[in-house]
Design a protein. Structure first.
Ligand SMILES: [Fe+3]
Ligand SMILES: [Fe+3]
Lengths: 106, 275, 275, 106
């Protein structure tokens, strides 16, 4: 249970281009600074946006992380939907999907 | 009094990032109203623009989450997002640390705000500036209210902050503009992104336009989350503006749900000269 | 009511780092009073100990300087200083995030405190814990009031914070202890380190002991800086405690200037049972 | 004029043992992350406590930095006094010396 540090890593990297450079060069070295489970470190390294969404990462952090990792808008929305199908319901936090995603624009 | 302009606008990143994907019949009047707002702001000749924003983890995390914070730096930077994604170029934005600290010292007599001598702006500030100060030639002072993670700033404290901010503005010699920016109902950054509760929005905007303090402060977090989604927490920025112009009506210049922008797009201004 | 203990102590790093350099006739009664305070704290059987501290840039910097912050983490770490220098071993300290958030939600209705889901303790908290909970077997909840960099938290707001904290303590089922910790007059971390204005200290402690709100809130930052040095800003922690026990006298168990500890060393306790 | 970033570096390194390790390995690489003048970077790298004191670094930051850089208490106090003699009065901030350091314990 280290959702706090998953989110802290995303917070830090979203706002720091120098950290982004370091992460591109050696992801594991950067991730080692955070108290993460293997599943969490893997999801961050592989940009498994669906899993991060299901873990409960705040959407405002995840949206920017997905963009930084190169996902176009529609692909980012799809990644969350795929994550729900693959990993089940959102496990924590308030960024749950309601009504199966009804009302969405994509 | 030295408050010379007060208004409110939406800031959803889709407004610039996915601008062309909205139907022209919605986008064009929305952008036209941004333009009117910019003209009125320019006509007011402000020395500084205070942006009351709801940021999205640009500067504040749960290691130190203030109920509100105000910038006090000589310059700011933004956007933190990939500029190609947001479609707004990364740049420095001028600030005025001396003015910030004069405002802060007055406000902190009533409101326990945090102060920040550096600040990175996300779309919450960059989208409004893109439309309102496209030449980035006016000093800005960023403000954040915690709308991003619970426990949120209580609504009555957001109102009190607006009131204290107004008092501080009236206490300095500079001509001050305030733009608040937030969404009403929306379910951003979820598969529901694009869902908008138009009936709820229109009811909220009616209370906001009348500047009905009692009605605005009667909302509670659980009901707002249920009816207006994760993004509904951003009504704090509306309420702070209402507090800053207590007693005055607020003109809703534009409102339309635009799903691909993921929010009911809103432009509002206050006539500060009316008696 | 669930406040079961309230007290105040000094926290200067010299108290542990340079313990043996003070004359025995001052050190021994000072440490003996720390021991009495520990016994009274233990006898009160608290479920949690709130430490109202004045930190020294352990967690908060001018990028986001809150007027006050409260920890809300399952555990804390400290000291941040070189353990060999401070002569306190680095360790984890148990916390109670659930209790923290219940207190925070009550306090934030009146006071705009920041909350922190991680926290590193410096000597401001570690020195008191070293004497008061030497086995680190009680959940602590750290609180900081900005005494470190201007603009400081206004004194009247520090008082209001203490009052709001007390209300929040009375609202939970747990047995709560509060220890405030700060210096009175001192010129720390300058070549004047060791200078103490004993007359000013004794006058301040007289007002504090009588819990004279009017007299305590009549101090102003400029005069405190001139008369009581850089460290005088830490009177905010005394004032917050006074607010938390409004209406009750405060017993000064020990006071003596100890120059090598760089502060007038103080131990005070409140009899919460007296009518 | 980047006293803010001098202090931010000290704030960060005082509280972060991983950053301390990195600084020991390559000081210039760490300092490059801060907006510093050559004089400032040099004072930090060389632990010129006297100059940092005169520059106006908050004493509560500097005291911990001096300890981290290995100065014993009396040497730290002496370094500030030497700084005053060599570089003149404190240039900024509130941690000025008064009365020539009268009342000090060391
Ligand atoms: Fe937003
Ligand atoms: Fe202190």
């Amino acid at each position: 249970m280290s959702l706090y540090y998953v989110q802290k890593f995303i917070y830090n990297i979203n706002r720091d281009t120098k950290l982004q450079t370091g992460f591109a060069a050696n992801a594991d070295m950067i991730l080692a600074n955070y108290d993460l489970t293997d599943e969490e470190a893997c999801a961050l390294r592989e940009a498994d946006i669906g899993l991060l969404y299901v873990m409960g990462v705040n959407g405002q952090l995840l949206m920017h992380y997905a963009a930084y990792r190169g996902l176009a808008w529609d692909d980012y929305i799809q990644a969350m939907k795929d994550g729900l199908a693959k990993y089940g319901e959102v496990r924590a936090g308030s960024y749950v999907t309601i009504d199966g995603g009804a009302g969405g624009a994509v | 009094m030295s408050l010379v302009f007060a208004g409110l606008c939406s800031h959803a990143p889709g407004i610039t990032a996915r601008a062309e994907r909205a139907p022209a019949e919605l986008r064009e009047p929305f952008f036209a109203n941004f333009n009117i707002m910019r003209q009125q702001l320019e006509a007011a000749k402000p020395d500084a623009l205070i942006v009351i924003a709801a940021e999205h983890f640009a500067n504040f995390f749960m290691d130190n989450m203030p109920a509100y914070a105000m910038g006090a730096a000589p310059y700011y930077e933004g956007p933190i997002e990939d500029p190609d994604w947001l479609k707004i170029k990364r740049r420095k934005i001028p600030g005025n640390a001396n003015l910030s600290f004069r405002l802060i010292k007055t406000i902190m007599q009533d409101i326990d705000l945090a102060y920040s001598e550096e600040w990175k702006c996300d779309h919450g500030i960059m989208v409004p500036l893109h439309f309102l100060t496209p030449n980035y030639d006016i000093d800005i002072i960023p403000v954040n209210i915690n709308c991003q993670t619970a426990p949120f700033t209580p609504l009555k404290r957001a109102w009190a902050f607006g009131k204290a901010l107004r008092k501080a503005c009236d206490f300095v010699d500079e001509r001050i503009a305030i733009v608040a920016t937030g969404g009403i109902s929306h379910w951003p950054a979820t598969p529901n992104s694009g869902k908008i509760n138009e009936a709820w929005d229109r009811d909220f905007l009616d209370k906001f336009a009348r500047n009905d303090k009692t009605a605005l402060l009667a909302y509670n977090d659980e009901a707002v989350y249920a009816d207006a989604g994760q993004g509904g927490a951003e009504i704090r920025t509306f309420i702070a503006l209402a507090g800053a112009v207590e007693g005055r009506k607020i003109n809703i210049a534009f409102y339309a749900p635009i799903p691909i922008y993921a929010v009911g797009c809103t432009i509002a201004m206050v006539d500060l000269d009316e008696s």
